[in-house]
Design a protein around this ligand. Structure first.
Ligand code: SF4
Ligand code: SF4
Length: 179
């Protein structure tokens, strides 16, 4: 299997610097609105803030993978004396909670690092985080070509689970006719 270069994008989260302003949620939902920037709705954001002001807990969490089944149990974290709610650190769009689901369709949301054409210089939530709680880094890694194909198949599988294979094939056929 051939080796290919993969760009790895990393957003570092410094929770001590986060002040809970939620600008990251606002810009993310606006950027992903149809039409772009036409509306803001944080429940559509691919980043969500876990807030417990009385405990000084401000935890930005990015939307990760869709998962069709919830966990068998729950995790409780206590870090530096602060107790985080169950599922607080989890990035999955899963059946047991509403976060990281598009509120109208229920489709899973996933951070795309602000995929755009031309590419964003840095993700918009990073740009809008004036407290520097979010910082951006890029690096290159060599991976097997098969690994990249696996990633694509995981994304397609979530759509197949939601809409069925035939509907997905019909949609792709319609999209290709428009190009
Ligand atoms: S924009 Fe920055 S400071 Fe504001 S909530 Fe998001 S991560 Fe926290
Ligand atoms: S990187 Fe872009 S898509 Fe991901 S959460 Fe931030 S603004 Fe949203």
């Amino acid at each position: 299997m051939a080796k290919v270069k993969k760009k790895v994008k990393v957003i570092k989260i410094d929770t001590d610097k986060c002040n809970g302003c939620r600008s990251c949620e606002v810009i993310c939902s606006a950027f992903h609105a149809t039409d772009k920037y036409s509306i803001t709705n944080p429940s559509r954001a691919r980043i969500r803030l876990i807030r417990e002001p009385l405990q000084d807990v401000y935890l930005p969490v990015y939307a990760g993978e869709y998962t069709p089944a919830e966990c068998m149990g729950r995790d409780k974290y206590i870090v530096d004396g602060k107790e985080y709610e169950e599922c607080a650190f989890c990035r999955a769009s899963c059946p047991s909670r509403d976060v990281f689901k598009e509120p109208d369709s229920g489709l899973p949301l996933k951070c795309d690092m602000c995929e755009d054409d031309p590419e964003q210089e840095e993700p918009l939530c990073v740009k809008w985080c004036l407290s520097d709680a979010l910082t951006y880094e890029e690096r290159e890694e060599e991976v097997e070509e098969e690994v990249l194909l696996d990633e694509m198949e995981t994304g397609l599988k979530s759509l197949v689970d939601k809409y069925g294979l035939n509907n997905l094939i019909d949609s792709i056929a319609r999209m290709s006719q428009k190009d």
